[in-house]
Design a protein around this ligand. Structure first.
Ligand code: FES
Length: 81
């Protein structure tokens, strides 16, 4: 791993992503899901600026975090909800 990379643990799987991007950008670049709606449809980042709340995931055990507003940190855990 280089200084420009971070380990992101997504739904229990370790992924390597650029260290300075948002969690939303990381999930999109890995083509991974964010969460499902109550009707079971996949949801994903829409606005990318903290307004739509479509990118919510659990980050380091804290539910309902907007992935587009959080920068990746090495060792961070992300769980789709
Ligand atoms: S993408 Fe809209 S709040 Fe994150």
């Amino acid at each position: 791993m280089t200084a420009r990379e971070a380990r992101l643990i997504v739904d229990g799987v370790i992924r390597r992503v650029p260290a300075s991007i948002t969690v939303a950008a990381a999930l999109l670049s890995l083509d991974l899901p964010f969460r499902r709606s109550v009707s079971g449809q996949h949801r994903a980042a829409v606005c990318g600026m903290g307004v739509c709340f479509e990118c919510r995931v659990r980050i380091d055990g804290v539910a309902q975090q907007r992935a587009c507003q959080v920068t990746v940190r090495d060792g961070m855990t992300v769980d789709s909800e």
